[in-house]
Design a protein around this ligand. Structure first.
Ligand code: TXA
Ligand code: MG
Length: 309
């Protein structure tokens, strides 16, 4: 398959929407990372996403829609969920809610569960594509399963060239970390994944799961976002042979996520630096403060450092 590189103009968006309608896979930028999209109501199209990524079939996908109304047509939102949407759908937030029984979302998207993960992206190009297509788009991050997430079209092509129908080339994803995922139980919101949207530090967190069919959030696998080489985190004195990723005023390093210690800048650089270091046998990363976006960065680093299956 020849992967089409579509420009972020009217013609490119039209072609991307046409390919989605034909049941093909199209990667596109959101404000978090690039997603690999397919028509969420088309089993065959969704199967192509799992196939291209080599994704375990027990790991459900996030459904992207153009508006809150479109989201409410698919899921049942408890009041606690509505609270988050009072001023519109926040950037970088995914909500897991009960799926409406009559929803036409493919069972493959939800891997047969009764819940569905929904997100309204804010990135203009993602919005235009969703409006042009006119239906829900299932999209995991646009990378081979378990590997580094993509924040540019170039990253997408490195991992998925020839395996997907097209990529909408739309510059660098602004935040650079996946969405925060919340679900709701009787007590209120529970954080399933730390991410781009910053939630109160005292919200309950679902503890990390090592993976498996019965895991409540199967994607929370312990090894994920992995570069080819090994990765150590919280390193203050790297070994000679390690490629050292710094943060703040660390002195000598091979790349610095943010010399001034800005977590937003560090989040935006993280996956690009891991791609840059993907040919290195060993990577070491300086300590990142575990507050605000730093929690999401450390979550990604922990999984990137975890033993591989
Ligand atoms: O920012 C993002 O969230 C990006 C962009 C493309 O939207 N998407 C993304 O997708 O990161 P993915 O597949 O890499 O991660 C989605 C996570 C997985 O861990 C999956 O298990 C979880 O969402 N998920 C999806 N549906 C779920 C559900 N019904 N219940 C619990 N977890 C769910
Ligand atoms: Mg992913």
């Amino acid at each position: 398959m020849q992967t089409e590189e579509l420009q972020p103009n009217a013609g490119g968006i039209r072609r991307a929407a046409e390919l989605l309608a034909l049941g093909e896979t199209v990667a596109f930028p959101t404000e978090t990372v690039y997603g690999l999209g397919a028509d969420a109501t088309n089993d065959l199209a969704v199967a192509k996403v799992f196939e291209a990524k080599g994704r375990p079939s027990f790991n459900p996908l996030i459904v992207h829609v153009a508006s809150r109304d479109a989201a409410e047509a698919i899921g049942l939102f408890p009041d606690a969920a509505r609270d988050f949407l009072k001023n519109g759908w926040p950037e970088g937030l995914t909500l897991v809610v009960e799926k409406r029984p009559k929803s036409t979302i493919s069972q493959l998207v939800t891997v047969g569960q009764t819940t569905v993960a929904l997100r309204v992206p804010s990135a203009p190009l993602a919005k235009k594509l969703l409006n042009a297509f006119g239906g829900p788009v299932a999209a995991p991050s646009a990378n081979p399963s378990g590997r580094i997430s993509s924040t540019s079209a170039e990253h997408v092509l490195r991992g998925l060239q020839g395996k997907i129908a097209a990529v909408l080339v739309g510059g660098v994803a602004q935040t650079g970390l996946e969405s925060t995922i919340l679900s709701f139980d009787d007590t209120g919101p529970v954080v399933l994944r730390e991410g781009a949207y910053q939630v109160a530090e005292d919200l309950p967190r679902q503890t990390a799961i090592s993976g498996g069919v019965s895991a409540p959030a199967p994607g929370m696998l312990s090894s994920h976002y992995a570069p080819r080489g090994t990765l150590r985190m919280n390193v203050t004195a790297p070994d000679q042979r390690e490629w050292f990723i710094g943060f703040g005023p660390v002195g000598a390093c091979d790349a610095n996520l943010s010399p001034s210690g800005n977590l937003q800048e560090a989040a935006a650089n993280l996956f690009a630096f891991l791609y840059a270091a993907d040919d290195k046998p060993a990577i070491a990363v300086a300590p990142i403060p575990d507050t605000g976006l730093g929690r999401a960065i450390n979550d990604r680093l922990r999984r990137a450092a975890a033993p591989r299956p």
